[in-house]
Design a protein around this ligand. Sequence first.
Ligand code: FEO
Length: 190
Amino acid sequence: MTIVTKGISMLILSVLILGLLIMIVLGFMLGFSHPLPWVLVAVLVAIPFVHDKIISNRFVKWSDSLSVGIDSIDNDHKKLLGMINQLQTAAHYHTDDDMIENILNELIDYTKYHFTREEGLMQECGYPDLEEHKKQHTSMIAQVTDFIDKYRTDGTRTADDVAQYLKAWLINHIDGTDQKYTPYLKGKVE
Ligand code: FEO
């Protein structure tokens, strides 16, 4: 979601709430026994719950189906997912730029740390697809660095874009690539 699209969404939401408030006031002029203003009050009260429900879909949850069977790597993945959720929260609530910068920097640093650790374990165990796996890591770092550069310089990417990209990439990568090394590493490394 671009900054402009997000701004439009927030504007529409604000106009909707304001419109409902005006209609509620006007509705009560029909009398407190009239059902219309009460229906509108119920709609107004429901908005935060619907909003939270929609937003919750943008966050990512750990599931045991994502386990690679190695505790240290699972813990790295859990930590990365937690950091992505932190970034998502900061982006959604328009947290100040310094905080988003800190989260982005920590996220990139920890991702690099995790990739290095994972590649070391694969090498230690003679994993045959190590080189292909490393290429995916390198490509992900390049892509996310490009997103972040665009976020920092021309604003054509948002922190939300970075969080969404990382979320999709990490889940697909764990599910489709990391889990392939499980039979080679499980029981041999911590
Ligand atoms: Fe867990 Fe290949 O990254």
